[in-house]
Ligand binder design. Sequence first.
Ligand SMILES: Nc1nc2c(c(=O)[nH]1)N[C@H]1C(S)=C(S)[C@@H](COP(=O)(O)O)O[C@H]1N2
Ligand SMILES: [Mo]
Length: 537
Amino acid sequence: MHIQRKILFLIGLLFFVPVAAAFIYWAIFGLPPVPIYPEPGPEPSGFPAWIRITHYVNFLFLVLLVRSGLQTLADHPRLYWNVHCTPGTEWVRFTPVEVPKDQVWTSKQDSRYLTPWVGLPGKRHTIGMARHWHFLSILFWVANGIIFVGLLFGTGYWQRLVPNSWQVIPDAWAVWVHYATLQLPPEPDGFYHYNALQQLAYFGVVFILAPLAIITGPSMSPALTNRFSWYPRLPGNRQIGRSLHFMVMCAFVLFLIAHVAMVAITGLARNMNHIVFGTDDASLIGLYVGLVGIGVVVVINALANGLAWRKPRFVQHIAKWIVTPVMSLLLDRHPPVAEFRREDISPFFWLNGKMPNSAEWKNLAENGFKDYRLKVYGMVENPIELSLDDLNALGKQSQITLHHCIQGWSGIAEWGGLPLKELIELVRPQAQVTRVVFYSFGDGVEFTTGESRGRYYESLAIANALHPQTLLAYEMDGKPLSHLHGAPLRLRVENQLGFKMVKWISSIEFVQDLEGVGEGEGGFAEDYEYFGELADI
Ligand SMILES: Nc1nc2c(c(=O)[nH]1)N[C@H]1C(S)=C(S)[C@@H](COP(=O)(O)O)O[C@H]1N2
Ligand SMILES: [Mo]
């Protein structure tokens, strides 16, 4: 790990200053009194079943979310505050690699191995599986959270979490002076009351951290940010959203550690009875059953890893049934329109994919692609072949847009080319056509094994193909597309992730369905990397 010095200094300061302040306060004023929260009243009291169940479900999905999130991070182990992701500008990187300037270094090469004990599913470039578990977990975690917060307000229990006076701040300080100087404040029976810092911590987790996690996640969605340009500006930009999402995760983990430590220190057996059975006595049964509960979470995590490795297609299909409908409802309906200014163009743009090594492409390239003919065929009334000049003559559109790679990096570039909808109007697809397939001159590589698996290809639903910013691009930043970025022709589909945007396009086919197209999952990345077909986030 390599972290910017000023960030390290800031973290140190954030820890050191409050601790030092507590010691100084203690030395001068002694230990302050610690009142209990909420003030003793008839209700609410104890932990009813709905709190205990949602607490447990929350724990399960939080663990799955953290593990799959770390796996996703390992696929592009760098965090930035800027949207361009120029190597060297990271505020933290979890890789020793400094990106070489004198050779091609793709973002897939840059991904790191993560042990399966930590990552879900572990190892390298397994972001496809990680995302399925992440998104499945999000749906259940959010649903559980809604139930919890709903019941919190439906019953009187919110009064336990929501401070009702600013007095909570000085009172929390009083508790902090105890903890920071390694002394335990007088313990209110946690079954009925908290101390002020405890109340603030729980309030912060439920009403600040969780919403922040939920808001910063979609700030990484191309479908949302390229439609609602104000959305990523909430956190600043995609990379700030990503960095904040990571920090929120760190905060959750720190809270978890402190929370579990306090449960253990302040009367483990009694606390476990509160948490597990909702009873208030000192028997050991709650502890034992609680440990079994933790064991179940461990087993579920092991199963999630095992399924990802042994039955990846099954996991992919489960996500397709459960996640895709939600994604298409919430994210897929927005045609991308956002544009950036010329000054916003990224000085550096990460690369991905394996250059074509066929003689066919090399010959075309040698000749400046004069002999290139894009073949458009399949279920169309007017199949055609088009040279680059033909494409140009059909109409050109330029757009400055933000690219989102599934791995995490982003970059802004100007793209020039033919809007795909013009081509679609020209070839007149038959009524049964639902998808457009783009084939590359370049091979797709199954990254976990490094094996070539035939030509890279991807497909789009016809609706995404018709979007105003879906482009067959032959220019980047005002110049002909470079070999590395996909010459002679590449796809831009701005509401989707980068893997959909086939480079080095050789031909385009209109099909009724995906049967017989590769493994039939929607594209090379779906077939061999188990990505989800819909790439709105
Ligand atoms: N033929 C082909 N096209 C491809 C890929 C690939 O592996 N092969 N990778 C995709 C991915 S994952 C991304 S993020 C973009 C990257 O485009 P760039 O290299 O121009 O940045 O290309 C996409 N197009
Ligand atoms: Mo990508």
